[in-house]
Design a protein around this ligand. Structure first.
Ligand SMILES: C[S@@+](CC[C@H](N)C(=O)[O-])C[C@H]1O[C@@H](n2cnc3c(N)ncnc32)[C@H](O)[C@@H]1O
Length: 287
């Protein structure tokens, strides 16, 4: 179990879809447009939300490998993807062939811990390595390692919804800044990869891919949540944030309790989408 439930991932999926940066998405689509087929590895796939949105940017024939260390999420991914597709065919080995609109998408599922097996899951080298809401959990050292192994594969890299530390709550409260600062510190604790990059992850991603010679395109992808549409998501964010802040000991219990009681009508949570494309042959910088 990873601590990410299928219910939580389903709750955030519509907000994730709306938040994605269109310019970065269009740049990926343009980069891939001339291919007939694309092979993709999705790191930390959860229930497959990234495939459901990113496949629309890619050519008509696609082969995806969905990687997660949580077997329950991989099982959920298979079911949710079969329900999502226009048509689905299951194979005996657990892989599935999906049709979505004009796209034929074959999907394999791979249970692996990225900390141990990142290099292995990127063999054979795919055309595209992607992830959603993953890299803020990772350490700066893992981000550096990912940039180097992806560059060695000369794969395109596209990751969306990396938290960048920005929060705006409506109505505003005097303690919002203190709560956000403590939450961001909590986001930098160890989430399985060593101390996380947390809200600095987008900067590390851009830096590390530029260091290996890639061209990086970034865009903001904030959640813009309104209480009518996303009341439950806002409520769960508030609760999760209060619990995380309490663990830091950086904010006194009364302040947290008061902050928790305020009914929020809206929230902005900042993210960044990152596309990194390899340089022409021979210009990689991998000493
Ligand atoms: C925030 S969820 C995002 C899931 C999915 N990409 C989405 O956008 O809905 C992070 C995912 O990364 C997976 N994960 C976290 N650490 C991992 C690791 N070390 N190895 C493999 N998967 C990991 C979790 O199980 C979870 O599915």
């Amino acid at each position: 179990m990873s601590g990410f439930s299928p219910e939580w991932l389903a709750l955030r999926e519509p907000a994730d879809v709306r938040a994605r940066n269109a310019d970065v998405a269009n740049a990926l689509a343009a980069r891939m447009a001339l291919r007939e087929h694309v092979s993709v590895v999705d790191l930390g796939c959860g229930t497959g939300s990234n495939l459901r949105t990113t496949s629309a940017l890619l050519p008509a024939r696609q082969s995806w490998t969905l990687v997660d260390y949580d077997a329950n999420l991989l099982d959920a991914a298979r079911k949710v993807l079969i329900a999502w597709a226009d048509a689905a065919h299951e194979h005996g080995d657990g892989s599935i062939d999906l049709t979505s609109g004009s796209r034929a998408i074959s999907v394999r599922f791979r249970q692996a811990d990225l900390v141990e097996g990142l290099e292995t899951v990127l063999e054979p080298a795919p055309d595209l390595v992607t992830a959603a809401a993953l890299f803020d959990l990772a350490s700066p050292a893992f981000i550096q390692r990912a940039a180097r192994v992806i560059a060695r594969a000369r794969a395109v890299f596209y990751t969306v919804l990396t938290y960048n530390g920005i929060q705006h709550w409506q109505p505003r409260q005097p303690s919002d800044g203190q709560m956000t600062a403590a939450f961001n510190r909590h986001q930098m604790s160890d989430k399985g990869f060593g101390a996380s990059a947390g809200p600095t992850a987008p900067v590390h991603l851009a830096e590390q891919f530029e260091l290996v010679g890639y061209t990086v395109i970034e865009g903001q992808s904030p959640w813009l949540l309104a209480s009518g549409r996303e009341a439950r998501l806002i409520a769960e964010l508030v609760e999760g944030q209060a619990a995380a802040v309490a663990e830091t000991g950086a904010v006194d219990a009364r302040t947290i309790e008061r902050w928790l009681k305020v009914s929020r009508t809206g929230a902005e949570v900042g993210h960044v989408d990152t596309l990194a494309v390899p340089p022409p042959e021979g210009e990689l910088r991998l000493d």
